[in-house]
Ligand binder design. Structure first.
Ligand code: Q46
Ligand code: ZN
Ligand code: ZN
Length: 312
């Protein structure tokens, strides 16, 4: 039996990639230190920042808030920001909302929820009903909703930045997807620190950028975090999940491939790509309907909403 590297007690987990065993407490400490290193390396936070943490009710965002709260108990003003997507099957949205709210209350942090149905008379259930008219995947539309609302409400809540729970597996699989499909515009918008270019956009940070999904799963278990265990009823067939499976196949064959790919992309490819792309890049415009950021006359959120509320 392996012992914990730190205290010599029997290890609760053995991390093959590092050749290290940890008891549960020292695994939590190990992961917090890893996140802290990424935060310093990518200059993600400043003391006393007011940070909105995008909380879905799932494990990655719960782990993110828990870790930030543990590392920076007094030094950060953290707010849980949840989007109620209006997904009734399996009680998905109701359970997610309760879990996100409960976590904030346990940690004594402010909580804010944006309800798509109440605020905008739309929901993911409605998107599912009108999927054919929208001509886009459910998860694609859901992503547009989340990006739009997180940007808008974190600014309204006077936050300096929004932190999201994207982990290494998400980043690598999205990079793979965009490279395979030649989506250069999306490729230049990746990275752990997406700095806002104007006052209608907020800086987006990803403190779990170098943490794997397996590590957040273990952290959630050892820290006894209550998390959503029901799968989203609209996730079936999502292409992001297929690319994640593809990445995990590579990772199983070549352990460490994901982090190497991410580091090399960030260090050697992203800079020149951004430099080249910025010369042809369109300026951010203001949506004629809502005043939010867009590259067209009307933003994607307002366009989708128009279709969903037609003939109401
Ligand atoms: S909530 Fe939305 Fe996810 Fe459900 S519809 Fe897809 S994107 S799977 S993280
Ligand atoms: Zn220990
Ligand atoms: Zn708009």
């Amino acid at each position: 039996m392996t012992d914990c590297k730190k205290c010599g007690q029997p290890a609760a987990i053995y991390l093959t990639r590092y050749g290290l065993g940890f008891c549960s407490d020292h695994f939590l400490e190990f992961l917090r230190n890893k996140v802290k290193k990424s935060i310093h390396k990518y200059k993600l936070l400043n003391p006393y920042d007011r940070i909105a943490v995008a909380l879905s009710g799932g494990k990655d965002s719960a782990v993110l808030l828990h870790i930030l709260d543990s590392i920076y108990s007094e030094a950060l003003d953290l707010i849980g920001l949840h989007i109620n997507l209006g997904i009734e099957p399996s009680n998905y949205s109701k359970i997610s909302l309760n879990l996100a709210r409960e976590l904030c209350s346990d940690l004594g942090r402010e909580f804010y929820c944006v309800d798509l149905r109440k605020e905008y008379r739309i929901s993911m259930d409605l998107v599912e009903k009108k999927e054919k008219q929208l001509k886009r995947s459910l998860c694609g539309i859901c992503g547009t909703f989340k990006r739009y609302l997180l940007n808008k409400y974190s600014l309204e809540l006077d936050c300096e930045k929004i932190a999201t729970g994207h982990v290494l597996d998400d980043e690598v699989s999205v990079l793979l997807m965009n490279m395979i499909n030649g989506n250069v515009e999306q490729l230049v918008r990746t990275g752990p620190n997406l700095i806002a270019k104007n006052e209608i956009m907020i800086t987006r940070i990803k403190p779990l950028y170098e943490i794997s999904e397996l590590e957040t799963m273990i952290y959630a278990q050892f820290a006894n975090l209550k998390i959503q265990d029901v799968e989203c009823p609209y996730s079936k067939g999502a292409s992001s999940l297929k690319y994640k499976k593809l990445y995990l196949m590579f990772e199983n064959q070549l352990p460490g491939l994901g982090i190497t790919f991410l580091h090399n992309f960030h260090k050697k490819i992203l800079g020149p790509l951004q430099e080249y792309y910025q010369t042809t890049r369109e300026k951010v415009r203001i949506c004629a309907i809502c005043g939010g950021p867009t590259s067209e006359t009307v933003c994607a959120f307002c366009n989708i909403r128009k279709i969903l509320t037609r003939n109401e």
